[in-house]
Each structure stands twice: as C-alpha cells, then as structure tokens.
Ligand binder design. Structure first.
Ligand code: ADP
Ligand code: MG
Length: 688
C-alpha cells in the first residue's frame, strides 16, 4: 500500500544503498524524495535486440555483435586518455572497438573467449567502429535480450543503473492507488495507475510502454484541465479595471517605426487595443512563428498602459532575452521622446541592494514598466498598480508562472506570447482561458532563409563561407550540443570548438563562446558585444534558442544537428533571417543515419513552424516511443499537446462531463480524485 502523498514525505536516503553522497547526486537532478524519483521518467528507452553479424551492422544504430577474440587488445596512450583498442572479426567482416581509460579490460578480453559487444555503430571510410561498447558474456546477454531498459537523464557521477535500481526498490515496495472512477477507465481505455507508473519505467513490451504512457499523459492533461476549468469559472469576462481610452502614444510610435507593420501585426494590434478599451479584461494568447514580430506588439501595449499612468510587466525566460527586451524598449522610448526612467530591468543576478531599490521603486509606482525574468514573480515584488502582465516565450514557463504573474495585480490584462505551433482546436483547449490572436505573416522585406543539410566533410567550405559573410559585414552563430569535452565523446562541444575556431579565424574575425554555465554577467557581456558586432562569430549552446534578436547575423551552422528535436532546430534557426539580408542555415549532420537525414530534410525544405511540426509528427508517428522527447507546450513532463492530441481531447471530454455533472467533485466516486487534486493544488509545479 502506498500513496503519492506518502512518497513525497520519504527522503531518498531511506532507500537501500543510497548514502548521503548518492543522495546529493540525485538532488542535483531534482530528486530529493521518493515521489520525485517516481516522476523522474526515462528520457528514452533502450531495446536489447538479438545479435547480428559484423556485416549486418548499420552506421548510427545501437547494435549487438558476437565476437570470438583472436588477438589481445592493444592500448594506445593519447593526450587525453589511454585507449584500449580491440580488433575483432567474424566471417562477414572486421570491427574495431575503443574504450577510454579502461586498461584493465585487457584482463577480461582474453584470446579464445567470446563476448557480446553492444554499442553505437560508426562506419568511417570502410572501417566499422564501436566507441565504448558494453560487454556481456553470452549468458548475461540472454538475460537482458528482448527487454526494454529505461534511459534516464544523468549528471556527472549519477549512473543510469543507480536510478533504475532506486526506482525498482520503490516500485517493489509500494503500489499506487487508483483515483479515477472505473467507468472513466473503461470508457477511455486507460490502464490503472499502478500499471502505468510501473511500466513507464520498466516496460516489457512496446505495447505496455504505449499504454503506460497514455495513462500518465491522460492524467497530466486531466489535472491541468480541471485546474483550468476552475480558473475559468472565477475569471469569466471580468470587468475591465484599467480602461485605456486611447492609444495615441502607441499610434505615434507606429508612425515613427523604421518599418511598416505587417498586415497581421496591424490586425492583432487592433484586437489588442480594442480589448484594452472595452468593458472586459484582456486575456489573450499571441501566437506567431519565430521572427513574426511579436515583441513590438508587446511594447505598443505597454506604452498604452503606461501613458494612462498604470504599470505593466514583461516576463521572459532567460536573462539574455530579458535584458535584450529592456534595451530595445528603452531605445524605443527614447526615440519617441519618452522618459526611459519609467522602465526597469529586474533579474535574478542583480545584487541584493539593486533588487531592494527596484522593489521600492515598483511598489511606490515610480517605474511604470518592469521587464525581467522569473525575478518579477518573486514574493517581494509588490506592484503599485499592475494593469498589464505579459509573458514572452510562454512555452518555456510552467503554467503556474503564467497564473502567478496575473496575481501580482488585481485582475490585470494578460498577454501571453508563444512561437509554439499548435493547431487552433488544441490551443483552444490548452489555453482555455485565453482568446487567440495569430500572427500568420512574416515581414515582407524578409528573404526566406536558405538551408542545407551536409556532413562533416563540408565543414571547411562552411568556414570559408562564414568568412565571406563576415567580410561583407555580417555575423554568424555556430551551435554545439555540449559545453565541455568528455560530456559526450560523440559530439561537438562549445569549449574545444571555440578554441579551435579562434586559431582559424582570429585575429581578423573575433570568435567568442556562450553557454549556460557562464555567469549572468559574462553572458550579458558576450551578447551585448555580439549585438554591437564586436564579436563576429558566436559559438554557443542552445542558450541562444529563445528570443535573441541580432538581425545582422546571417549564418547559423548547427553541429550535430541530429542531436536536436526539430522544434528546437526551428527555434534556433529563428535567430537568423531577421533582417533584410539573405540568411543561411547549415545543418551539419554528425552521423550518417538515414532516419536522421530524413528528419533534417524537413527543415531543409521549409521555414514554416506549422509545417515542420506536422511533418515531424508524421515521420515519428504517434507510436514512436523511443524518439527524442520534444519540449512540451505548457511545461508538461510527458504530455505533448500536439502529438497527444487524441488523449488531450479525451481528457477534455472527461473534464467537460465532470464540470457539467459534478463540478465540486462531491460524488463518492470522485473522492480520491478530489483528494489528489487538493494535494497538487499547492504544488502545481511538481506536476505541470
Ligand atoms: P518574434 O516574433 O520572434 O519575437 P521579434 O519581435 O523579435 O520576433 O521580431 C524580429 C525582428 O523583426 C526584430 O528585429 C524586429 O525589429 C523586426 N520586425 C518586427 N516587425 C517588423 C516588420 N513589420 N517589418 C520589418 N521588421 C520587423
Ligand atoms: Mg520573441
């Protein structure tokens, strides 16, 4: 017997084999108690398939091969590591296997013995190589063959096995209470909860995994939609507390802009301004693909509210983006003869003293516009008269934040901005409390980005291309999946890459790096130098993914493009093609997998976020459980409103039924569901 409530109260250290040191490691990935452990779902799954012969190995696949050892392994001492190399063969071909810093393997890999080696296959110039394959005796392999093993996200020191073992202990010890009524389970063909929680970690077949996932996704949607239904009940068409009679200040800004608003921007601006003037509060989602020009609409709304003497807030998910918005806003105010003192930047990295002063100016109403990160929704921030709350890049925030920022004022107008392509029917469910405005048009001055998908042999050509673009005054981004060497030997990392590139490009072309482990000040410094063109080539991780706007950049080259989800690649590419010059995106595929190439070709063919999301879904198929997990829309952990549209609609139907029949959940059959909801109410973030 057990319940989630109970599990949240048990610390990880109470499990067998987990001492204080290991407990700390788990803490690093956000697992402190058993409930969090159980919700730490696998990032992917690994299916242990039957062995193949060397001749059947396919580059880019994870496969197992049986080799009888004829020659002992040799050890090569390199700069960074001692490499153990075993060359093996069967009747169909020859394979090379490499292990780093494991010289003791020599004792295991004895001539005359047979082992099964399992790892990622690389075929390079007719050589077949496996880096770091796992080693099994034939008996041992039999015990795992056919099984599906969970693959968890790790951190240095925390091993996959440690997590799997800990999860196993909890699953063996506790079972999970069903809180949905039996008739609902039957109607929506849902497995019970205990099954779902067990099988999401340790499925025995794909079918089990699929059913387990369906149930958990259903629950995520259900909890979310029930909360939303409650909010809608309270919020329906509230009276406008902050009527903006005119938007003259904003309209003057529009006349002074260096560009003309697109038709879509004009239409949406009309929607926003007429609502600000109307008798009810604005609750609006502004959806528009990367580069469609959402920011200016946020600024126009802000200026209108400020002109009336009210306060407004704009929240962005990263300091880099918040600071960029702040700078652009100040510039806009100054260009239009307005005082820039009215605006303030509020971020987590400010000193305690700076923050205190900011809080004071906000609560006294001395500043009218607060632009910042999560720092805006801290308890200490107390607005004097918040009339408009805007969230940019909504998909990067949890739902909780979207609701908290509204609570910073008394029924303020709400504007939520997002580039996530989500079909209207689904958006209506997910953003139930919001009306939707769509920016379905890019500025006409833009040239469509030219794309290419290439392999590593193209790198040199790409460098000379970048050089030429810099010579005519432009800038470039290069994206690597990793920050440091050794995190993952199979792909590029920002640190080494930058060092290499400096040797090639400097002193003529300034190369710098940007990544998430730099301090906020370092990041801001690099970004502002990049936007002033004091840096021409920026090597970065995906930290620049959201919102960054340096229109002079015309090239983006993405190393190991196969490592990213398509939605993410599309967001990354959105950093270029923002000015009037022709822009180019180079997707460099680091493996030669046919499947990866197919995915990348979708981006090659189109710059349209909706098209890409649809094609991606088609290609992966609803049934693909092993693929990359996409970043969800509203901060769900498993659910993806796009991919799981069917489940979303089912959950929404159940919520509608409940709201009609028994909105207070007073019937006995909802007793456990109600208890569960009350429990997550205070801790929504843990679930959503
Ligand atoms: P996103 O919708 O991705 O947030 P931004 O608001 O950052 O896009 O706008 C991208 C770039 O396009 C910015 O440099 C902005 O100044 C510029 N821009 C916005 N609207 C127009 C327009 N109508 N014509 C030309 N450029 C525009
Ligand atoms: Mg933006």
């Amino acid at each position: 017997m057990g319940s989630d409530n109970l599990l949240a109260g048990i610390r990880l250290g109470e499990l067998k084999g987990i001492g204080p040191k290991t407990e700390k490691l788990f803490g690093k990935v956000g697992i402190d108690n058993l409930d969090q452990l159980i919700h730490y779902y696998p990032r992917a799954y690994d299916a242990y398939q039957k062995c193949v012969s060397v001749g059947e190995l396919v580059s880019g696949e994870k496969q197992a091969v049986m080799i009888r050892i004829k020659r002992p392994p040799v050890i090569k001492t390199g700069k960074r590591a001692a490499i153990t190399i075993l060359t093996g063969e069967d009747e169909t071909g020859r394979i090379e296997m490499h292990w780093f810093n494991m010289p003791y393997l020599r004792a295991t890999l004895k001539v005359g013995e047979s082992f099964i080696f399992r790892g990622m296959v690389e075929c390079k110039n007719k050589r077949v190589i496996m880096q770091h394959p796992e080693i099994f005796t034939t008996d041992k392999y039999e015990t795992v063959r056919g099984s599906i093993q969970p693959v968890y996200s790790l951190t240095a020191g925390l091993k996959n096995k440690m997590i799997a073992k800990a999860v196993r202990q909890v699953l063996d010890r506790y079972s999970f209470i069903e809180y949905l009524p039996k008739d609902a389970l039957d109607r929506y063909e849902l497995e019970d909860r205990d099954f779902a929680v067990n099988k999401i970690h340790f499925p025995v077949s794909e079918a089990e995994l699929k059913n387990a996932r369906k149930r958990l996704v259903f629950d995520e949607f259900l909890v979310y939609l029930l909360r939303l239904a409650k909010i809608n009940e309270n919020n329906r068409e509230t009276e406008n507390q902050y009527i903006i009679e005119d938007t003259q200040a904003a309209d003057e800004i529009i006349d002074n802009l260096s560009f003309e608003l697109t038709g879509a921007q004009k239409k949406v601006w009309q929607e926003i301004r007429s609502e600000l003037m109307s008798s009810h509060t604005m609750n609006r989602l502004l959806q528009g693909d990367v580069g469609s020009g959402k920011t200016i609409l946020a600024f126009l709304s802000m200026v209108s509210v400020m002109a009336k003497g009210f306060q407004c807030a704009l929240m962005a998910p990263t300091e880099v983006l918040a600071s960029q918005h702040y700078k652009s806003f100040i510039k806009l105010l100054e260009e239009n003869g307005m005082s820039s003192d009215q605006a303030l930047l509020l971020t987590g990295s400010m000193t305690a003293k700076e923050k205190r002063e900011a809080y004071e100016r906000i609560s006294e109403g001395k500043v009218k516009a607060v632009i910042g990160t999560h720092a805006i929704i801290q308890d200490k921030v107390d607005f004097n008269c918040l009339a408009l709350a805007i969230t940019d890049e909504q998909h990067r925030f949890g739902v909780k934040q979207r609701w908290i920022i509204a609570e910073k004022g008394f029924l303020p107008h709400i504007l939520v901005m997002s580039a996530t392509p989500i079909p209207r029917t689904l958006a209506l469910i997910i953003y139930g409390e919001l009306k939707i405005s769509a920016l379905d048009e890019l500025p006409s001055s833009r040239l469509p980005i030219k794309n290419c998908v290439v392999d590593e042999s193209y790198r040199k050509t790409a460098y000379s291309f970048i050089k030429k673009q810099v010579e005519i005054g432009h800038q470039a981004y290069i994206i690597c999946p990793m920050i440091e060497p050794n995190e993952d030997l199979g792909c590029e990392n920002v640190m080494e890459y930058t060092a290499r590139l400096k040797k090639i490009f400097e002193p003529d072309i300034k190369v710098e790096m940007l990544h998430g482990r730099m301090t906020a000040d370092e990041k801001l410094n690099i970004m502002s130098r990049f936007s002033e063109n004091k840096i021409q080539v920026l090597v970065s991780t995906t930290v620049i993914e959201v919102g960054v706007d340096v229109p002079n950049s015309t090239v983006m080259m993405i190393e190991n493009a196969e490592r990213f989800g398509l939605a993410q690649l599309h967001q990354l590419r959105g950093r270029i093609g923002r000015g009037n010059a022709q822009s180019y995106c180079i997707f460099l595929q680091g493996d030669s997998k046919e499947e990866d190439n197919k995915r990348l070709q979708i981006l090659n063919k189109s710059n349209d976020g909706f098209y890409i999301a649809r094609e991606d879904l088609k290609l992966r198929g609803q049934g693909d459980l092993f693929g990359l997990r996409q970043s969800g829309v509203a901060g769900f952990s498993l659910a993806d409103p796009f991919r799981d549209a069917d489940i979303l609609i089912q959950a929404s139907n159940l919520v509608k039924e409940i709201m009609k029949e028994d909105p207070e959940l007073s019937d006995e059959k909802y007793l456990l569901l109600k208890e569960m909801l009350d429990q997550v109410k205070n801790d929504l973030e843990g679930i959503l």
